[in-house]
Structures are given as C-alpha cells and as structure tokens.
Design a protein around this ligand. Structure first.
Ligand SMILES: CC(C)(COP(=O)(O)OP(=O)(O)OC[C@H]1O[C@@H](n2cnc3c(N)ncnc32)[C@H](O)[C@@H]1OP(=O)(O)O)[C@@H](O)C(=O)NCCC(=O)NCCS
Length: 128
C-alpha cells in the first residue's frame, strides 16, 4: 500500500477521540495506544518501507516515535529502508535525519492535496 493511503489511516486514528480509550492488553492490565508504526517489507524490491508512523499529540516529544522507528527497522531486517514524508513536515524530517535517513528524492504532487513528498533512505547493517 502506498504511503499516502496508509497516512490517511494515521491521520484518522490521530484525530479520533476513540483512539484515546484504554485497551485491555492482558487481564487486569489496561494500556493506551500512544503511537503506532507500520513497515512494509518489500523483499522482491530489495528494500523495505516505513509505511506510516504517528504518535498522539499529548504523548509527543517523549521519544516514542524514535523507539517505534528503531524497533520497526529491526523487525524489517532490511539493509535498505525508505520512507516518504511531506516536504513541510519538519518534526518528522528532523526525527528521520537524526536516525540517519538521507534525502534521496522528491515526488512532486504525491499527496492528494497536491503536496510534495520527500523520499528518505537509510542503509543499515544487518547482523546475520
Ligand atoms: C513526527 C512524530 C511521529 C514524532 O513523534 P514523537 O514521539 O514526538 O517523536 P520523538 O519524541 O521520538 O522525537 C524524536 C526526535 O524527532 C525530532 N522531533 C520530534 N518532534 C519534533 C518537533 N515538534 N519539532 C522538531 N523536532 C521534532 C527531534 O529531533 C526529536 O528528538 P529530541 O526530542 O531529542 O529533540 C509526531 O510528531 C507525529 O505523530 N506527527 C504527526 C504524524 C506524522 O507526521 N507522522 C510522520 C509521517 S511520515
């Protein structure tokens, strides 16, 4: 699924009041889903994609996105990782740059509203 379609779900989830309702993680253990990430392991293409990432506003700037990103990268287990992000999304771009993603291209008018996407890539060492 292309990032722009997955991002629709991210935006929807981040805007829903229901997203803040406590979930039962285990008997007697309630938790809040503060953030989420999805990875797309496209092995045939030789690279994996970070498809979407979001953290509820009230839980931001606590390192949650960074933790989600690092865990997703680990699970994707791909030497080459890519993602796309809105050109003006400074918080996300700063996060990705801090985690060693480089700017490798742009997709003009990628988003439905005509916004451009920045394509970013990270090469990581995979332990056999
Ligand atoms: C982008 C987003 C996922 C960051 O989530 P977060 O949990 O707040 O991020 P973290 O706390 O892990 O921040 C890690 C780093 O990202 C950068 N960063 C995060 N938010 C930032 C902000 N508002 N302004 C500038 N830099 C920011 C910082 O470098 C930060 O490191 P620091 O806190 O040590 O300075 C969150 O703002 C979000 O959900 N935004 C809406 C959805 C979105 O844009 N998703 C990305 C789509 S590609």
């Amino acid at each position: 699924m292309a990032c722009r379609h997955v991002n629709k779900y991210t935006n929807l989830l981040l805007s829903q009041e229901e997203s803040r309702a406590p979930q039962i993680a285990a008997p007697g253990l309630e938790c809040i889903v503060a953030g989420f990430i999805a990875g797309d392991p496209r092995r045939s293409e030789g690279m994996a994609w970070i498809a979407t990432l979001g953290v509820l506003p009230e839980y931001r700037r606590q390192g949650i996105a960074r933790l989600l990103l690092l865990e997703c990268e680990k699970q994707l287990n791909s030497a080459r990782l890519r993602l796309c992000v809105r050109m003006e999304n400074t918080p996300a771009i700063q996060l990705y740059e801090k985690e060693c993603y480089l700017r490798v291209g742009t997709w003009t008018k990628y988003y439905n509203d005509g916004g451009d996407a920045l394509v970013m890539e990270k090469i990581q060492v995979i332990e056999e």
